[in-house]
Design a protein around this ligand. Structure first.
Ligand code: SF4
Length: 333
């Protein structure tokens, strides 16, 4: 499903996905992990990409970084335009140089991105030296500066520690320092707070948003928890079963959600502005992406499903200025 998003008089986006589709050819069959996803992120905008596990959020992020393992994966359709160029047309070497220098990523599990056998300072310092061309002493000073910036206490001492000597929250700070080491203009944070305690989550999220402002960056923040992005993002995109099902400005989306799945996600997070003490989880689980249902992928879990929902995939329609939803309840003539 190709979606044309009207952007009125807004400036050119820094990043624009247009009909992005990613599939994996597995022995068991073909799996469409991302199907026809389109959205744009503007300069200094923070974009929250939300959905349950398996909805295609992380694959979307990895496609932007061109980190889809090929085979079995491939970007089968669409464009990823970054600063005016389609990343899918860039030679591998140019893409490698862009990663880190222009677009950086913070992963959910720091241990998968940090090497346990090297000192933290060595790992950040190597990135700084390679990408910024600094000498050893300058790179060490820059690393100390970065560790201090992300709130690592006594950075001159901690620079020579190994990853296992840091707590989960501190490791995530180190990951952020590494991502910021080359002054990228775009940051993708893939569930960076999921493995942490709730209080540490809030601190890391606040740190990321502060860094976004300080470094004048744009951000895609990926999470399965709408509550996490309730205050932090300008725009929110909701993914379900490889499709973008709702997209809109944060306030509008929280005030006036249009897709039953988004409403379900909102009903399953604790809120202070309501008297109800009960949370209502969404019934059922995400469909198998190897054999998704026909029509709207959400219909087996949707209390409002109609006959048409079982047959036809709903179009992604503008339901209010800048607010889009893919649901047969809206916009049928
Ligand atoms: S299209 Fe139908 S099944 Fe899908 S979310 Fe809307 S009402 Fe529910």
């Amino acid at each position: 499903m190709k979606t044309e998003l009207k952007r009125g008089t807004m400036t050119e986006p820094v990043l624009a996905l247009d009909d992005l589709s990613v599939r994996f050819k597995l022995k068991r069959g073909e799996l469409n992990a991302v199907d026809g996803v389109s959205f744009a992120v503007h300069r200094r905008e923070t974009f929250g990409l939300v959905g349950e596990s398996g909805s295609g959020k992380s694959v979307t992020a990895r496609a932007i970084m061109r980190l889809i393992p090929t085979p079995p994966g491939e970007i089968s359709r669409g464009q990823i335009r970054f600063e005016g160029r389609n990343l899918l047309d860039l030679p591998d070497e140019e893409m490698r140089s862009l990663r880190g220098k222009r677009i950086a990523m913070v992963f959910q599990e720091p241990m998968s991105a940090l090497n346990p056998v090297y000192k933290v300072g060595t790992q950040i310092g190597d990135a700084v030296r390679t990408n910024l061309g600094l000498g050893k002493a300058e790179a060490r000073e820059r690393t100390i500066e970065l560790l201090s910036l992300v709130g690592i206490p006594a950075p001159r001492d901690r620079i020579d520690n190994y990853v296992h000597e840091f707590s989960g929250g501190m490791r995530q700070r180190v990951m952020l320092a590494m991502a910021l080491s080359c002054n990228p203009s775009f940051l993708i944070a893939d569930e960076p707070t999921t493995a942490l305690d709730v209080t540490i989550q809030a601190t890391i999220l606040e740190l990321i948003t502060r860094m976004i402002e300080k470094f004048d960056m744009s951000l895609i923040f990926i999470t399965h928890n709408l509550g996490v992005v309730a205050h932090a993002c300008d725009t929110i995109g909701v993914m379900y079963a490889s499709h973008l099902v709702e997209l809109g400005p944060r306030k509008e989306l929280f005030r006036n959600p249009q897709h039953p799945y988004t409403i379900g996600l909102l009903n399953s997070i604790p809120r202070l502005d309501t008297r109800s003490k009960h949370l209502t989880p969404i019934q059922g689980s995400v469909c198998s992406m190897m054999s998704p249902p026909a029509g709207c992928k959400f219909h087996p879990r949707c209390a409002q499903a109609m006959e048409i929902c079982r047959r036809e995939m709903p179009e992604f329609r503008e339901v209010a200025p800048g607010h889009y939803a893919a649901c047969h309840l809206h916009g049928r003539n």
